[in-house]
Design a protein around this ligand. Sequence first.
Ligand code: NAP
Ligand code: GDD
Length: 353
Amino acid sequence: MSDPVTAFSATPVRRRALIAGITGQDGAYLAQWLLHQGYEVTGLHRRVSTPNLWRLASLGLVDHPQLLLVGCDITDLSATLRLMESVQPDEVYNLAGQSSVGASFDQPLTTLEINALGTAHLLESVRSTAPRARYVQASSSEMFGLVTKSPQDESTPFHPRSPYGISKLAAHWLTINYREAHGLHACCGILFNHESPLRGLEFVTRKISHGMAALARGEDIPLRLGNLDARRDWGHAAEYVQGLWRMLQHPEPREFVLATGHSLTVRGFLVAAARRAGFEPVSDGQATEEQLCDANTGRLLARVDPALYRPAEVDEVRGNARLAADLLGWRPTLLAEALAEEMVAADLVRATP
Ligand code: NAP
Ligand code: GDD
């Protein structure tokens, strides 16, 4: 493992940020934002068979002189302890996680180990070796789960519906407990869905934008989708990572909802994406029989596959980010339809991923 302190010794006055999950969607945008602000950024990434650097590469960051990538899996306490001690960060962003709700039903234990235990490792490492660091946890609107009132805010009760939601709730309360019990400056961003052209293909928005771009290029593989009636509050990832940064600049650590306040069905996102790809989608059939075809050519664009429904679904989430607006001055500007257009446009001009 390279030594982060030595690597940055020429610029001792810069603020130091540590990002867990830098190879993910949010990690890449956050690295871009922090480097732009003049930070030294240490990004930890786990060992995988092929380094997952496509997002950092697409933002032109891989060889940035103020960015250091260090191997560290957050399920390994010895590794997180050594890393925290050597970096001595001013700010720690925990974006690392098994982030797929769907996958968490098949891999509940891995999900809990990474998301809950991994978070405990990071918090324990901050407490033991860098207690003055400010810490922010990427909590999730999935914690609300089976909602009884909308919109949800910081005081809405939790009822998670997946192993993922449960793991995130454990991490959320661990973060609050390290603040209350050990005095850490620890915040939680309760993040509603946020997407971008850097989104992973396993999430529905990117699956749709990628699929519509492929159809527009002439490939004849209609999309298979699950529940089209689920509603999500979709914002843009680049705006949400700035919200996380603002939380750590605020003097008082606490929980903040980040959301747009608007929700759209998966079907609504699909229609916006299909239009951007040059189709005029019309729906036919009900629920699990539903399919969408192009009105002009009759071509099948997408159909529902009941096998892709989840064992327990979150039907709708919609957030109220008033507190973040009032205390942090954070206001999202990009909504779902604009996101769909940006994502399809990006997928039309590039190959996978
Ligand atoms: P993502 O694209 O899936 O990125 C997850 C990151 O975590 C990747 O860098 C991944 O590394 C890393 N990671 C996974 N397991 C790890 C481990 N054991 N040790 C170290 N790193 C590990 O997710 P995202 O959309 O950027 O989301 C960032 C965080 O916010 C996640 O914790 C997610 O649960 C949370 N969140 C996201 C949303 C959203 O809508 N995007 C909403 C609420 C909360 P690899 O590249 O090696 O896989
Ligand atoms: N992934 C996926 N694939 N979802 C589908 C599909 C499909 O083919 N068809 C329908 N859906 C529905 C899901 O059932 C869900 O209701 C909705 O689309 C969104 O699914 P995802 O894109 O997988 O996101 P998510 O809302 O479950 O989770 C995301 O947002 C959370 C915040 O609320 C992830 O980013 C989580 O990490 C994040 O915490």
